[in-house]
Ligand binder design. Sequence first.
Ligand code: GLA
Ligand code: ZN
Length: 687
Amino acid sequence: MDRYMPISSKFPHIIHGGDYNPEQWLETPEIIAEDFRLMKLAHCNVMTVGIFSWMALEPEEGKYNFGWLDNIMDRLAQNGMMAILATPSGAKPPWMSQKYPEILRTQADRFKDLHGGRHNHCFTSPIYRKKVNQINGMLAERYGKHPALILWHISNEYSGECHCRLCQEAFRNFLRKKYENDIEKLNHEWWTGFWSHRYTDWSQIESPSPRGEHETHGLILDWKRFVSHQTIDFFKNEIKPLRELTPEVPVTTNLMGTFPGIEYRELAKELDVVSWDNYPTWHTTEQPDWKIAARTSFIHDLNRSLKQGKPFMMMESTPSTVNWQKVNKLKRPGMHMLSSLQAVAHGSDTVQYFQWRKSRGSFEKFHGAVVDHVGHENTRVFRDVAQVGQALEKLDEVVGTTVHPQVAIIFDWENRWAIEEAQALARDRVQYEETCIAHYTAFWKQGVPVDIIGAREDFSQYKLVIAPMLYMTHPGVGERIEAFVNEGGTFVTTYWSGIVNENDLCHLGGFPGPLRTVTGIWSEEIDTLHPDESNSLIMNDNSLEFIGNYRIKDFCELIHAESAKVLAVYGDDFYKGRPVLTVNCFGKGNAYYIAARTGDDFIDDFYTALTNKLSLTHTLDSKLPNGVTAQYRADGQNRYIFIMNFNAEKKEISLNGIYTDLLTEEERQGVLELTPFDVKVLKQKVF
Ligand code: GLA
Ligand code: ZN
């Protein structure tokens, strides 16, 4: 059996619940009593409490009030429910900011924040770190052995940066360590000979500021690294008392998808389980829902890949609408079930909400919740949630299962930091993330599972590794890709790859630098097209078993095939006839180079061809209609197949084989009808 342990050994089920803030309702105990009645009706089994509760726990410095939380924890246990307990550092009490102004953040323009909002403390302040440590220690002592406790939820959505005096000093120490106390090393890596920027003393270095230095790429990159490092360091400080007092209780912190500010792969190493907050913009008029779905799937897969396949948690999602999107649209009938099971399909062992009950006042009073202001269960949203709860109760056997994809797409944080800063091309059309998602979507449409990995991860378990726009190559990445291809792997990369090293210094001697040997090409120039211009890719070579003409937009590299074979050429402009798609046989494998940005039509045809050539495993061997995908999780004996229709229309697929529908307990074979926004969970024995 190939299965991970449940998130908590106390609870071998799919977690269904939400952020619960009873501290807002202490004056109306009847509402809290009602909550517990409603939780059962909603088929919720775990509540997340204590996020932003610092004021309720420590109303004055050193004066604590745990009574209300004792009561909630006990009632959860009495009602057969579990608790995820948060540490409260996401929002500091007003008295603390007033007494210790150093905990307030300083912005890049060097102005200090006033107290207010949330998520805005200095990550360096020794006072804040000490305060956080104290309160976390008290929570661990008091609730560490509580029968309801299954998990620590650390803070909330870490983000942002601080430019205070303490952070400047910490940044300089970070640099001293990185450059081994040798400022000339720093000067070399930051290329400070440019514009007379050479530093002669560490004290001259300041974090980037719109009022000061904000154009030295090496500085910007190291600052981003520092912010990420310091946030993770703050996290480590937060969990110290928890690890000491409750070593058996796992910890997580809720991530935000592809949030650029923190290198999540580094943070994930410190977590026992990854969790993330998922708020797709369903039902826009700008894109079809299936495109939003593919993007959301990409992020689910990223979260699963952060811990090499270990199931993750969807810590937050909305049961209906949020209150902060440009247009706050309700989920259409069916979408709540579909989007909830979509998370499970990609490896989430939870479906959780922000929020259990709508607050009565302030900023989030109109954000979707399981319980609305009306206060009872007779609402559409409540019924949707209860239905999801009932469905999840049928999926116990899915807990801990995972998938081992044969395809990996590299989506790398440091590469993203560098590529987005580079002063080149058309800065508003760099679209690194979108490009990775476009390549991913070609597999999503075919129901071929994919991992989303970093450039520094092991490639050997994959048949196909794709590195769109791998602008930055860390030391050793080129060699590892060569070894991967040499051993029989297939590698695909694109324009704007192999341009700089890990400190954003250009590779000398010909792009794509360390990828030149494996791709067998030299990229001499890159042309940027205006938004209304295009070129074309002419594919006459049938070695991948497809030919055609495809539109090219945005970026065209002028490459020379050195050892590579040309598969397609440009159709227009002065570089008409020059290579745009090449393949290089290298050892036992192949490396493809796509020299220009194409539309989805080419990407789809290209990856369909590679999928066939490499005989990659499809979740289902049936043709999937547009907007329908199939994803699976398995344990070595059974496959759990999630078939999802992201269209507002009916679709059908024909099944080969006999499956058990886990939600209805019916047998399924032949034509499977999918209603609008339908999802089916089919079990297949595979031993
Ligand atoms: C984030 C936060 C929550 C809440 C939701 C609203 O994910 O973590 O506290 O504000 O957004 O969508
Ligand atoms: Zn600071």
